[in-house]
Design a protein around this ligand. Sequence first.
Ligand SMILES: Nc1nc2c(ncn2[C@@H]2O[C@H](COP(=O)(O)OP(=O)(O)OP(=O)(O)O)[C@@H](O)[C@H]2O)c(=O)[nH]1
Ligand SMILES: [Mg+2]
Length: 506
Amino acid sequence: MPKQAARGERGNPPATLAGMSRRPRLLFTALALTALLWLLFATAERALALAQRFLALPAWLQWTLGGVLALFAAAGLMVLWWLLRPRRRRPIPAPDRGSLELRIDRLRERGADTGALASELGELDRRRASTRIYIALFGEISTGKSSLIRALAPHAQVASDARGGTTREVDHYDGSLPDGRTLVLADVPGSREAGGETREILAREEALRAHAVVYLCAGDLNRSQADEMHWLADFGKPLLLVLNKADQWTSTEREQLLARLRQHSRGIASAVLAISAGGSERYQRQLADGSTESVERLRKPAVEPLLQALDRLVASGAEGLEDLREHSVLAGLHERTGMLETQTRADEAQRIVRKYARRAIVGALAAIAPGSDLVIQGVLAAGLTRALAELYGVKVSDVQIEDFVQQARLTVRTGSSIVLAVAGNALKAFPGLGTLGGGVLHAFAYALIFDSMGQALAASLAERHTLDQHDAGARLKELLADTGSTRLRQLASQTMEAVREHDRVE
Ligand SMILES: Nc1nc2c(ncn2[C@@H]2O[C@H](COP(=O)(O)OP(=O)(O)OP(=O)(O)O)[C@@H](O)[C@H]2O)c(=O)[nH]1
Ligand SMILES: [Mg+2]
């Protein structure tokens, strides 16, 4: 009885094979196998029958049928190949030079610092005019970039050290290929140095400026190295993936590593190879008088495979590689210009919000008897909405603005007590303000309202590119109840400033 009860409690019969008990499972497997066997026999029998009929046909028909079948098979294979073939990555699109320059000009007119963008364009032209081939060595810290420069440009004075983060800026050196052709080699700071984000940006910008990149690693690629390579490939940058410090591995290990690197960089790197840039090691030497001295010994570089790969890569000369280089520089500039546009617009939005908050404060101070309900000053709110929409290039009708202001009015009226409480609390941080009269609390409440409205609208417009009442309304509610101290402190001092000025004028 208990057994049955337990079975009853388990409820429904098992739906999967794994849930069945052993006997039915065996039975089911046997049945499935029999069915499969029957199917195989039936297929074989059918195939044999077809073959017999085929053989019985006259020779000309056999050839015709055979030819048609062969054609079908070939077409099928071609479709399969087309579907499964490794696809070449398409570089991310780049804007044309003219439109980029226009955007940069517009930013300059709006007061943004466009110096870096303009000099990047200048460098693009300068390098094109020089007709020299630029190769950037790129990779994580301590992978041996500077050591490789030393091996390729023996007369260069380059610092290399076992400590990561030795190279702090981008430097150029003249290197040469065995046939005498010269290259400009760029040594860049290594990536993934703790706190080295600015230097990493320098390295990336230089990599985009180069005709090709030698990506150095000293073992299997980790996640961020793989990402970095993909980032370069996204810009269409010709790449050599180079395993340095090959002397540290046995030949079997080296081959295994190279195979893994090839797998990681399929469709990205034009060649994967192993070298020893050399580098140096320090050791302590015992002198005759018993003292010791530190000696630096240079390892012998072995970079032949890299020279050959570079030779192939730059076979078309600077001119042949220039279009790709220009593409990646313009694509990089497109991103940087986009970031500056976003930043400049956000700064302008802040200026607009501050201007309207100030007007709202002045308006509140001028009101004779502040009530306990906060009512948005309609003209100001509409002005703020229109100014922000224009800044973000969003077309809005008067009706839309009216609707939005109406909705905000309702939100503010129902939340009056919360807003006044938040304002009152924040004002406690400014003991002097309390003595300036009840109007100040209201003035501050209006500063909070207009700031919240402006911030909510700006964020919503930036993200949605349209006046989305619902989204902006939700953000407004959140901001009105936000007690984060920095914003409130700034608003309080803005209020204080306006109040003082107002009193002075009075
Ligand atoms: N065993 C061995 N060590 C090497 C080789 N190449 C470089 N090294 C050593 O690796 C360490 C780092 O070399 P660097 O040339 O300074 O590396 P880097 O990539 O320029 O480093 P950062 O400038 O910090 O990004 C040094 O101690 C070199 O001696 C090599 O082929 N074999
Ligand atoms: Mg270095």
